[in-house]
Design a protein around this ligand. Sequence first.
Ligand code: IVH
Length: 671
Amino acid sequence: MDPVAKAAELRRQIEHHDYRYYVLNEPEISDSEYDRLFRELKNLEEAHPEVRTPDSPTQRVGTPPIEGFEQHRHLIPMLSLDNAFGHDELRDFDQRIKRVLESEDEVEYFVELKFDGASISLTYENGVLVIATTRGDGTTGENVTHNARTVRGIPLRLRGDLPGRIEIRGEVLMFKEVFAELNRGKAEKGEQLFANPRNAAAGGLRQLDSRLTAARKLNFYTYGVGAVELDTRRFADSQSGILSRLRGLGFATRPEARVLNGIEAVIEYVDQIQTLRPSLPFGIDGAVIKVNSLDTQETLGFTARGPRWATAYKFAAEQAFTKLNNIFTQVGRTGAVTPVADLEPVVVGGVTVTRATLHNYEDLGRKDVRPGDIVIVQRAGDVIPEVVGPVLDKRTEELPVPVAPTECPECGTALFQKPGEVILRCPNKHCPAQISAKIRHFVSRGAMDIEGLGEKLIDRFLELNFISDLPSIYRLKDYREELIGLEKLGEQSVDNLLEAIEASKTQSLDRFVFGLGIRFVGDRGAKDLAKEFRSLDRLLAATYEDLIAIPDVGPRTAAEVEEWLQDPANQGLVEDLRKCGVTPTEPEGPTSDQFAGQTFVFTGKLERFAREAAEELVMKMGGKAAGSVSKATTYVVAGPGAGSKLAKAEQLGVAVLTEEDFLAMLPEGSL
Ligand code: IVH
């Protein structure tokens, strides 16, 4: 196939899988298969730059900095909405509409989530994204096309043919989970934290270097259209119809959006949305209520402020004021010593909060938070509430400035700071607080999932020397008799606990790795490691080069994991756990290690089997199959028609095999 056609085919496939993943939430292929397609397209574009198109999915990774933003005038202005607070203001909104329509008939409304992000307008010409702009002053915004291209939920090309021009409106937002993860990283590096997901998203859109936008992993939901200049029939005749059409064009919409008859049904539903709010993966600050019929919308028209046919029902902020009673120090499992606020109980976003994080002592100093202050508490993104800052007007007397500890509050060891970090750490590996936190993490639900071993029991067991480290959990069974009767533990609960401990011995490799509590290795990172190495032994032998070669592992994590693996104390820990019978269940995979440490790239036409089957075989035998040739490649297996990959192999001096050579390496009967 010629490169132009091949690139088009790959683009089509990747777009299809993006749509399955980001819009339908029903991926058809594994992440690694997706990565392979992506790499293949990237390599092809590198070898033949002329096949690269602006709508290529490879352009989502971002491009080097631009000089500044151009101004762009919206074809149709981006208006804002009137607000309604409380049920009565919704009834007023409904009354106004009925008055203008001169009708007492119930109005059909469409209720949507009010996404708490940054609004954006996307112009597509003949189905291709040509320009993306921020809202700006509503008439003119900034051209942020280079950044919008990095947002996965924004199709670079629409599904199906759409001759003409259309402006699509929606909100770019950051998922709570991504927000929490980015802020964790920032806190560790001592960088200023993002205030909330909205700022992180809005700031992300306004980067000059779109690689920085890409790093923020933003998302997009659409809620309507601006100018529609299509030479087809009418785009839709209702707001719900517009959203269905947009869904058909490849945009993600939310399942919560609903057609409802009459304002009372709307009121009932917005209350329901409010209860849903904490469980949504992104922030909303209300619901938007729109008259569903476009004809009726036209009749209603606009006021100076915005459309008469829509209003924003605002929820109470997920922020609250309360008194900061005290600041105490918490020692985490990695020895991080962080300030925690002890608060006068306050309800924030429907949950009573008594403790909130103050991140680190530098942040605390910068914000000038003092015990006795009235502070703003916020539940942003993360489930862990945080103190945003003090309300200085309310500070009527001199309050003591908190000082950062110099010694661990638990074990008295002098604290230290890694160069370039603001987090204080307790270096004592035997610090009881650290051990307790380590054990809590190891047994937690996302890790070894040992039910019944909660914080209280862990601390009691530590006190009584029944446990002292992770391996000792597996020796608890020696104390069965002593455990019965302790802390109200009956015989049955002790046996249940011991059983849960036994069962955890064969927990999956990724959970085990997560449970080890290696810095920067969260549950997702642990999955990547398990998937990549497939066995504990191979993971333990991993080098920085092996780690950095994993697509989602960056230099910071690779260095941290390597350091962890090389620490004799950690090696001893894993050894001890294994001696106790912990044998994590490895992901299905290699049945031999004949190709361990070797990476194959197949290119050109193979006679005996499909490329996927050959790659599968390599992985079964412990090797890796890659889509592109690099210095890390051991062999390139080239068949007839091999092109750029073969050339690259020759250039880099990578061994090239024929299919016959490869077949000869396989043990008998493996085909
Ligand atoms: S409709 C003329 N629908 O809220 C109608 N806006 O104050 C204009 N927003 O800047 C907007 N979710 O970015 C609409 N489902 C939704 C929305 C939504 C969030 C934002 C939008 C706009 C602001 C309006």
